[in-house]
Each structure stands twice: as C-alpha cells, then as structure tokens.
Design a protein around this ligand. Structure first.
Ligand code: NAD
Length: 432
C-alpha cells in the first residue's frame, strides 16, 4: 500500500518506518527542513533504540522516503496519517492547530478517494473537525479515521510491531477494511484490533494515559505515607502487585511523571470534561501529587544540608525516562532549575540527553563526560532517571570521587541496606 505519514517525530517516524518494514511504500512528510535533510542522509534526529537501523534499511530498499512537499505525498498515497504534535494550549486544552492545518493542506492536494487517519492524540470531536475542514476544501470522496497510538518512547518499535491492541475509530467500511489490511502484519500473533466509533477511539487514548498517570501518583502517595509510618514501599508494591486485579506494572514510586504525553493529556482530559461542565476530580489530585513529587528530592537535600548555597551536586539522568533523549516535561528540569536558583553547582550526566540538556540549561550547569565524572568533588549525587547503566556502579570509586558520600535517589535504584554498608548516606522514595 502507498501511504503518507505527516509529522516525523517520535510517533510519525516510528509508524512510517514500521509500515515500510511491513512492505508498504511510505513517504514521511515534515515541514521542518533540517529534519528532513538529516533523514534523507539516513540520520535520525531523535534517540529511539533500533530506529536508525530500521530507517536506514527501509531507505536502502526504497520503501521509505522523506519530503517537505505534502501535496505530492498526498497525491501518491491511498492512506495519509496525521502524526503532528498536539501541544498543550494556554487553557490546558490540546492545541489542534497543526492537525487542522495539515488536514487543510491534505484536502487541497487530494486527487481522488483518500483515507485520512488521525494518529495524533486529540480530544473527542476532532475527527469531526478534520472532516469539516476537508469537506470545505475538496469535492473528492474521503474517510476520516481515528487511530490513536499507544507506543512507549524507549520501546517504540517493539510496541508498534507487536502492539497490545490496535484501536481503530472508523465508521466507513471501506476505510475499516484498508486499516485492517495495513495492521494485519502486526496483529498476526493475536493482538486484538478494536474497531469502534471515532469518539470512543479518541477518548480511549486519553483514558489510558490518565489511568497510567493516576497509578503513578497513587503509588507516589503510598510511598509518601510509607516514609511517614516506617513502611517499605518496595514490599508494599510487591504485595499489592501480585494481586492479579492490580498487576505489577506502573507501581514504581519516584519523582513524578513527565514526558510529552502524560502531563498534557491529563490536562486536556480535565479540560474537555470541564467543557461539558464535568469536573474530573481524580485528575486534579493526580496533577497535584505529581507537582509535589517533583519538589521532594530538592526538599530532602535542603533538609540534609541546611543551605544548598555553594554545594556541588552530581546529577545522573536528565531524560524524562530511560532509553530516550526526550526532556519534555522531565522532572530533571524543574529540579535542576531549583538547585541552580539555590546556588548549587550542578554537574549533570545522561547517556543520551546531553545535547538536549545543553539547549535547555546552556552554561548554567556543567556537563560531565560520564557518570563518574559527574560525581567528582560532589557533596551529593541526585539520581533522576533510571537508566540501566546506573544500576551497578563501582561504589568505592564513587565514594573516593565525592566530597561527601551522599545519594538522593529519586528512582530507588539501590537497596538502602547495601548503601549503608557501602558507607553512603542514602535517601530514596518511600523507604526508610
Ligand atoms: P513530535 O513533536 O516529536 O513530532 C511532531 C512532528 O510534526 C515534528 O517533527 C514537527 O516538525 C512535525 N510537524 C508539525 N507541524 C507540521 C506540519 N504542519 N506539517 C508537517 N509536519 C509538521 O511529536 P510526537 O511525540 O511524535 O507526538 C505526535 C502526536 O502523537 C502527539 O499528539 C502526541 O500526543 C501523540 N503521541 C505521542 C507519543 C510519544 O510517546 N511521543 C505516544 C503516543 C501518542
């Protein structure tokens, strides 16, 4: 099948590469010329494990091409995916400007029947808005489909090639059939393809992210209570996770959720409920807890040191989660800002996000060349992202490099008793 994917970010580029991998001819469109130039040279502008190789292979096979010219891509394709950003608007709602601009451009270029698929995360009613925009611009027949994406950054390719489920919001049988054909290679192992109305498909994506954010905030509150009553959140987590009704995933406490999705999607869901005069009370609390959680580690440092002025703090981890270079809404950003304002010299290291971090903090912090380099002369180490490579460090080397062996672990990477044996003062989340 010939398909176009508009927007070559974390979602669009992965979708495009995976559709090409399953034998389709895919043209990826982006209005960012620098990005397209890089992609045409086989370079992937973001860090996502396995993506560069997939892009290179499918480019070489000529199944995957890149362009800034949307019109030709539309004319040449039967199915066009919209995978552009839907950032948070000023009032918390999803900003649909990019989605609707792209819909208009698609309509103007149409030369026959097209299926236009919304893969961006968009509020209920957007497929109808897209339909209206297109109808105004063309007399050609078309169908609009809602196909929300559930991939996780850091494991995006696996998630796309082996999805837990595929959700297709499509009322038109012709569009349904095309979508089922397109996804058939990824659902052979029995992953369900759920065909439903557009409103339910659109809402399902928000409900999924809101539920996951709720689990994180819930566990963060459990951890906070553990600290107050002298319980160990790891034991509590294992005890509740073994209940099949609860399950073990997304039960790890930490320093709050971040990324380009959970914060904005929780906001947007609250907003579109409020537009219908419904106050989504749980999500208010979820956000409140998340905001508080992002302040915890710095508060613990202040308590430990009294004043932070003049201290040097090594930071391990900047990305909002491991296996990505994405720092959008990363807890590391407000934390480092708070440390810098308190007069701390921050020495930061992240395996993949250093370039992005330099764009955010500039010369206000220093950038270490390795995890060990980050703790040189430090009064404390703060762990903000749970990269696997941080899990088994040489503790005696760290101790010898630091001015004082103190660790504030926002991701519970280590066992408190081991840290004590290793001579560290150790603070973690929800464990005494
Ligand atoms: P992104 O910011 O990484 O990428 C968006 C891309 O769209 C950029 O390359 C941008 O240049 C391009 N773009 C914007 N306007 C354009 C236009 N008019 N024409 C052509 N290209 C244009 O975004 P993302 O993280 O890939 O997310 C895209 C959507 O998917 C969002 O709605 C997001 O909520 C949703 N989503 C994201 C994830 C994730 O993990 N990142 C997962 C599921 C769903």
């Amino acid at each position: 099948m010939r398909i176009a994917v508009v927007g070559t970010g974390y979602v669009g580029l992965v979708a495009g590469a995976c559709f090409a991998e399953s034998g389709n001819d895919v043209v990826c469109v982006d209005n960012n010329q620098a990005k397209v130039r890089l992609l045409r040279r086989g370079k992937v502008p973001i860090y996502e494990p396995g993506l560069e190789e997939l892009v290179r292979r499918n480019r070489a096979e000529k199944r995957l091409t890149f362009t800034t010219t949307l019109a030709k891509a539309v004319r040449d394709s039967a199915v066009i995916f919209i995978a552009v950003g839907t950032p948070q608007g000023e009032d918390g709602s999803a900003d649909l400007k990019h989605v609707l601009d792209v819909a208009r451009e698609i309509a103007r270029a149409m030369n026959g029947y097209k299926v236009i698929v919304d893969k961006s995360t968009v509020p209920v009613g957007t497929s109808e808005k897209v339909r209206e925009v297109i109808r105004r611009e063309t007399t050609h027949p078309f169908s609009v489909v809602s196909n929300p994406e559930f991939l996780k950054q850091g494991a995006a390719i696996d998630d796309f090639l082996k999805p837990d489920r595929v959700v297709i919001g499509a009322e038109d049988p012709r569009a349904q059939a095309l979508m089922l054909e397109l996804y058939e290679p990824f659902t052979r192992t029995g992953a369900p393809v759920m065909v439903m109305d557009c409103a339910s498909a659109e809402l399902a994506k928000y409900a999924a992210n809101a539920m996951l954010a709720t689990r994180i905030s819930f566990m963060n509150e459990v951890a906070n209570v553990c600290e107050l009553v002298g319980a160990d959140v790891d034991q509590v987590r294992l005890a509740i996770g073994s209940d099949k009704r609860i399950g073990n995933s997304f039960l790890f406490p930490g320093i709050g959720y971040g990324g380009s999705c959970f914060p904005k999607d929780v906001q947007a869901m609250k907003r579109f409920a409020a537009d219908k005069d419904y106050s989504f009370k749980i999500l208010e609390a979820v956000e409140g807890v998340n905001k508080y959680q992002k302040t915890k580690l710095v508060a613990a440092m202040k308590k430990h040191f009294g004043s932070l002025k003049g201290k040097t703090i090594g930071v391990w981890g900047l990305a909002f989660k491991p296996r990505t270079d994405d720092m959008r809404e990363a807890p590391a950003v407000p934390m480092i800002e708070a440390l810098v304002s308190a007069g701390v010299s921050v020495q930061a290291f992240d395996p993949e996000a250093m370039r992005v971090a330099k764009g955010i903090f500039g010369s206000r912090i220093t950038y270490a060349t390795s995890a060990y380099d980050a703790v040189k002369g430090a009064d404390a180490l703060a762990i903000l992202t749970e990269w696997n490579e941080f899990r088994r460090p040489d503790f005696s080397r760290i101790r010898s490099l630091m001015r004082s062996p103190t660790v504030f672990d926002g991701r519970n990477l280590f066992v408190p008793a081991h840290m004590k044996q290793n001579g560290f003062t150790y603070y973690s989340i929800g464990r005494s």
